[in-house]
Design a protein. Structure first.
Length: 115
């Protein structure tokens, strides 16, 4: 059982930036893939970014060029650097980790982009 704890959410103005962190309860070397989803009120959960154990990263077009996912293996932590934030980025952001066929989720952190 992997426990994930997100942090770093908050209120930011349009055009601003935030860095989200996701700390895992055990070594992320054991984890096949980690990433982020988000869910805005009244909308379905949307994939935001992922990082594979092989070092690959993937993003949907909606955040490509603005968001960057990275890993710090020594700290068992995955980060999501979010730049040029837009009001439509407002959502609860969830970290996940895949190990084999199992997926684990964090509790989420709120990101609000508003002037």
């Amino acid at each position: 059982q992997v426990q994930l704890m997100e942090s770093g959410g908050g209120l930011v103005q349009p055009g601003g930036f935030l860095r989200l962190s996701c700390a895992a309860s055990e070594s992320i070397f054991k984890i096949d893939a980690m990433g982020w989803y988000r869910q805005a009120p009244g909308k379905q959960r949307e994939w935001v970014a992922d990082s594979t154990s092989g070092g690959g990263t993937n993003y949907p077009d909606s955040v490509k060029g603005r968001f960057t996912i990275s890993r710090d293996n020594a700290k068992n932590t995955v980060y999501l650097q979010m730049n040029s934030l837009k009001p439509e980025d407002t959502a609860v952001y969830y970290c996940y980790a895949d190990i084999g066929t199992r997926s684990f989720w964090g509790q989420g952190t709120q990101v609000t982009v508003s002037s």
